[in-house]
Design a protein. Structure first.
Length: 254
């Protein structure tokens, strides 16, 4: 994945897709304008700050600029959030996103109609629960070619991970499954990226590919993550203690 910190994408102002009358708050514009010019964006702000709408706009911009003939997006979230995402697609950007939802029981039976629908480019968003993706990855890793293969073999323009603290532990199968999704870009959302220890934030960043051995290293030895696109919007004083805007603080570096 290329470093596109200086990539020029259409600005958030003036794009099409939002329902008439839907406006953006300044914090949402900050999230969008920052993330639209970078890959691997982490939006870590408090609940109710508008991360979901910002992520939809970002996904729209990134899919449009991907260069793919039929760009697709994968949304990974908790099963309990399916209805919320379904409503958000239709309310905020009607007609733009055409989602198909994947349930765990669909992985255990042969359903040619569903598999054909999952491969149909008309559905430009695939929504799957963390637990379902974990099961699918186990089957795919075992060489079982069914719905699991469809999920992991195609390349997505963007991956959205809601409640991204679910991948804070690199040793879990959920973390491995999410990290195995082939996506040109990713948008991770979390209101609590640090629940107990700072190392949990490192786990989220590792899942995004921000703490790899080949990450960009500045001349002074600092491992630069901001160049790969993560940005924190919200309680900036709190994040400033953890990040120096060039990369991870010493306590989080390898």
């Amino acid at each position: 994945m290329e470093d596109t910190a200086s990539r020029s994408l259409p600005p958030s102002e003036g794009y099409t897709g939002l329902r008439p009358g839907i406006g953006l708050f300044p914090a949402q514009k900050t999230m969008i304008d920052w993330g639209a010019r970078r890959v691997r964006t982490l939006l870590a702000s408090f609940m109710g700050s508008g991360k979901t709408l910002a992520s939809l706009v970002l996904a729209f911009l990134k899919m449009r600029a991907s260069g793919q003939q039929n760009p697709r997006c994968m949304v990974v979230c908790d099963r309990a959030l399916f209805d919320g995402w379904r409503k958000n697609f239709g309310y905020f950007m009607p007609g733009v996103f055409k989602p198909i939802f994947v349930y765990t029981n669909q992985l255990s039976r042969s359903d040619p109609i569903f598999e054909k629908s999952l491969s149909n480019p008309y559905f430009n968003v695939i929504v799957v629960a963390y637990t379902t993706l974990r099961v699918a990855h186990q089957k795919y890793d075992s060489g079982i070619g069914d719905v699991s293969s469809i999920l992991f073999e195609q390349e997505y323009a963007v991956l959205i991970a809601d409640e991204a603290q679910r991948v804070k532990n690199p040793a879990t199968k959920v973390h491995v499954a999410v990290r195995s999704v082939r996506a040109r870009d990713c948008i991770f959302l979390s209101g609590t990226p640090v629940e107990n220890r700072y190392e949990e934030l490192r786990g989220v960043l590792e899942c995004m590919g921000l703490c790899q051995e080949d990450a960009h290293v500045l001349p002074d030895g600092t491992r630069c993550c901001s160049g790969y696109g993560h940005q924190f919007v919200g309680n900036k004083w709190k994040w400033k203690r953890m990040f120096d805007m060039r990369g991870l603080e010493l306590s989080l570096r390898k």
